[in-house]
Design a protein around this ligand. Structure first.
Ligand SMILES: NC(=O)c1ccc[n+]([C@@H]2O[C@H](COP(=O)([O-])OP(=O)(O)OC[C@H]3O[C@@H](n4cnc5c(N)ncnc54)[C@H](O)[C@@H]3O)[C@@H](O)[C@H]2O)c1
Length: 444
């Protein structure tokens, strides 16, 4: 099958590489020239485990190519995926300008009948709107099918190649059949291809993200209650997660959710839900709780080190919004760091992958350290902001020796209280009783 993918970011490039790998001929298109140049030279412009290798393998086999020329790219394609961004507007609603202009460009480039598939996360009714836009710009028949993407950055390839389910929303059954067929190679382990109407598929994606975000905000709220009542949230988390009706997933208290999806999707769902007349109080509360979560850590630092952090140096481990990615979009780590800078602190940062993307946001206002322990030199405290694997069992003696005082603020609950006591750290985490130093030589 000849396939064109418009938008070669996290979703578009993964889709392109995986569909090429199953035998299709794919052109991945982007209007970012630098991105396409990088891809052509065999380099993935962002970090996603295994993606550079899979894209390279399929490029060498001749089944995957890259282009900035949308009209030429879609001319021969039977199926065209839209995987451009749908970022939030200031009021929380989804900005559909990129996807609408891409759909018009696609329509103008068509040379025959085709199927347009929305991979981007789009509000209910967008597929219908795109179908009308396309009909106004081409004489060729081109139904629009919704095929929301559920991949997670950091494990995007396995999520795409072995999905829990594939959702296909089509009001045109024949178009839905073709898109279902395209996904057959990825569901040979009997995972379902769920067929439904287009509007239901559009809503399914938002509901899935909003539910996961709700679990995170829920456990963060329980963590808040725990802190006020001197209860360890880990006990409560294990206690509820062991109930099969609840489970353990997405019940980890921390700095709140980030990334390019959960924050914007919760707000967009509340926005189009409200516009349709629904009462979306829960979603609004989930979002508010999430915004508060990073600030709670900042408050703890200020309570401990003083409102004015001028002259204080803080080491931050972790910048990415989660491990195994270099994506810092809506990363809680950056919100925390911005607040600490505002309070006058000097901040020394380390992240295994995300320092370059963070530099584009933070510039030279922080110092960057390719080696984690170097960031600790003369720091008044260590802050854990992303739960990278390599931060889980660090050399605590070395940390204690390098810091001005053995003080850790852990926004990801990585360390056991017993370990912190053994190494004699003063330790603050989320929803767990703080650990005090055993000696009374705590300096501020
Ligand atoms: N990132 C994820 O984990 C994830 C998961 C599931 C769904 N989604 C959804 O998928 C969509 C894309 O997300 P992403 O993270 O891949 O975004 P991204 O920003 O990484 O990639 C989007 C790409 O589209 C390109 N683009 C924009 N307009 C274009 C145009 N007119 N022509 C050609 N290229 C154009 C941009 O240059 C960019 O490279 C969003 O709607 C998002 O909500 C993302």
């Amino acid at each position: 099958m000849q396939i064109a993918i418009v938008g070669s970011g996290y979703v578009g490039l993964v889709t392109a590489a995986c569909l090429a790998d199953s035998g299709n001929h794919v052109v991945a298109i982007d209007n970012d020239r630098a991105k396409i140049e990088a891809l052509r030279s065999g380099r993935c412009p962002f970090f996603e485990p295994g993606l550079e290798e899979l894209a390279g393998k399929n490029m060498r086999s001749g089944r995957l190519r890259f282009s900035t020329d949308l009209a030429r790219g879609v001319a021969d394609a039977r199926v065209i995926f839209l995987a451009v961004g749908t970022p939030p507007r200031a009021d929380g609603s989804a900005d559909l300008s990129a996807i609408e202009s891409a759909a018009v460009e696609v329509a103008r480039g068509l040379t025959g009948p085709a199927i347009l598939v929305t991979k981007s996360t789009v509000p209910v009714g967008t597929g219908a709107r795109l179908e009308a836009l396309i009909a106004a710009n081409t004489p060729h028949r081109c139904p629009v099918v919704s095929n929301p993407e559920f991949l997670k950055e950091g494990s995007a390839l396995s999520d795409f190649l072995r999905p829990d389910r594939v959702v296909i929303g089509a009001d045109d059954p024949a178009a839905g059949d073709e898109i279902a067929e395209l996904h057959q190679p990825f569901v040979r382990n009997n995972k379902p291809i769920l067929r439904m109407g287009r509007a239901a598929a559009e809503l399914t994606k938002y509901a899935a993200n909003a539910y996961l975000a709700t679990r995170i905000s829920f456990i963060n709220e329980i963590a808040d209650v725990c802190e006020h009542l001197n209860v360890d949230v880990n006990d409560v988390r294990r206690g509820i997660g062991s109930d099969q009706r609840i489970g353990h997933h997405f019940l980890y208290p921390g700095l709140g959710y980030g990334g390019s999806c959960f924050p914007k999707d919760v707000q967009a769902l509340a926005s189009f839900g409200r516009a349709a007349g629904a009462d979306c109080q829960l979603l609004e509360a989930v979002h508010r709780r999430n915004l508060a979560q990073g600030q709670r850590m900042v408050r703890r630092v200020l309570d401990r080190l003083g409102e004015n952090l001028a002259g204080k140096r803080l080491a931050a481990w972790g910048l990415a919004f989660k491990p195994e990615t270099d994506d810092v979009r809506e990363a809680p780590a950056l919100t925390v760091i911005e607040a600490l800078l505002k309070a006058g602190a000097q901040v020394a940062v380390h992240d295994p992958r995300a320092m370059e993307s963070a530099r584009r946001v933070l510039g030279e206002r922080v110092t960057y350290h390719p080696e984690p322990y170097a960031a600790l030199q003369d720091a008044d405290a260590l802050l854990i902001l992303t739960e990278w694997m390599e931060f889980r069992s660090p050399d605590f003696r070395r940390i204690a020796a390098m810091l001005r005082q053995p003080l850790i603020f852990d926004g990801r609950n990585l360390y056991a209280a017993a370990t912190m006591r053994r190494y004699n750290f003063e330790y603050y985490s989320v929803g767990r009783p703080p650990v005090a130093m055993q000696r009374d030589d705590v300096k501020t």
